[in-house]
Design a protein around this ligand. Structure first.
Ligand SMILES: C[S@@+](CC[C@H](N)C(=O)[O-])C[C@H]1O[C@@H](n2cnc3c(N)ncnc32)[C@H](O)[C@@H]1O
Length: 226
């Protein structure tokens, strides 16, 4: 294992931006959970190879949400509600998390898992293309969170950036794309890599936002609207 490498390969063959020993150390710090359904949701992801944010990123999302007192969150690409759980927990009883996913099976899964928690009543789950759901949803948001198919990242950024209140956050997952943004290798994911690189550059070049990338797991960008 070389510290000079931009990515490392885990025992399971997964490419991750952070040294696996450090990622593993951080994961061990967050083994305690406040609801057993999270373990079930994580197990489903493992068995089905479904790309949810992990516990570390979930807690990061919760913390960011609490830090700005967010009450209204829009999720582009909610899967079956794992990331939404962390947002919904953080927005509190009067908060709303608007979820969107193109696959109706994910709505059923989200309901199955999250109706056992006190956060389900804070979630409006819309089945459909996230960009269309967003366009049909009025108002400003405290947080817009992007986790759709990666080729859609620049479009979602352009849509979302004007609908975030001053002091609010744009957050997107997978912005290091298993390190491919740094290595620029041409492979099957080249189109996604190019889209993510364009997305990241647009954000860092935008004078209306301050941006930062947390390299945890696959990289999470946080951009705060000035
Ligand atoms: C990476 S998964 C989301 C995981 C979820 N955010 C989590 O961490 O728990 C991406 C999801 O977005 C959905 N998706 C991808 N592109 C979409 C789009 N443009 N509109 C709606 N859903 C989309 C897929 O069906 C998939 O469930």
């Amino acid at each position: 294992m070389s510290n000079a490498q931009s990515t490392e390969i885990t025992d399971s063959g997964e490419l991750i931006p952070v040294n696996p020993a450090i990622e593993s150390y951080m994961r061990k710090l967050v083994v305690h959970t406040d609801h057993p359904v999270l373990v079930e949701m994580e197990e489903f992801a493992r068995l089905e190879n479904f790309p949810i944010v992990n516990r570390l990123v979930g807690i990061f999302l919760e913390t960011q949400t609490r830090m700005i007192g967010a009450k209204r969150v829009f999720e582009f690409g909610s899967g079956y509600g794992y990331s939404a759980y962390w947002f919904a927990k953080a927005v509190g009883e009067r908060g709303r998390v608007i979820c969107s996913d193109a696959d109706a099976r994910n709505f059923a899964r989200a309901e199955h898992y999250l109706k056992t928690t006190n956060v389900w009543s804070r979630i409006d789950f819309c089945v459909g293309m996230a960009q269309e759901v967003f366009a049909q949803t009025e108002g400003l948001f405290d947080i817009c969170y992007n986790d759709v198919d990666k080729v859609g990242y620049p479009e979602v950024w352009r849509m979302a950036k004007n609908r975030i209140r001053s002091g609010g956050l744009y957050i997107a997952d997978n912005v290091l794309w298993h390190g491919r943004v740094a290595t620029e290798t041409s492979d099957a994911a080249a189109e996604s890599t190019a889209a993510i690189m364009e997305h990241n550059q647009l954000i860092f070049d935008d004078p209306e936002f301050d941006a930062f990338i947390n390299p945890t797991r696959d990289g999470v960008i946080v951009a705060r609207k000035k």
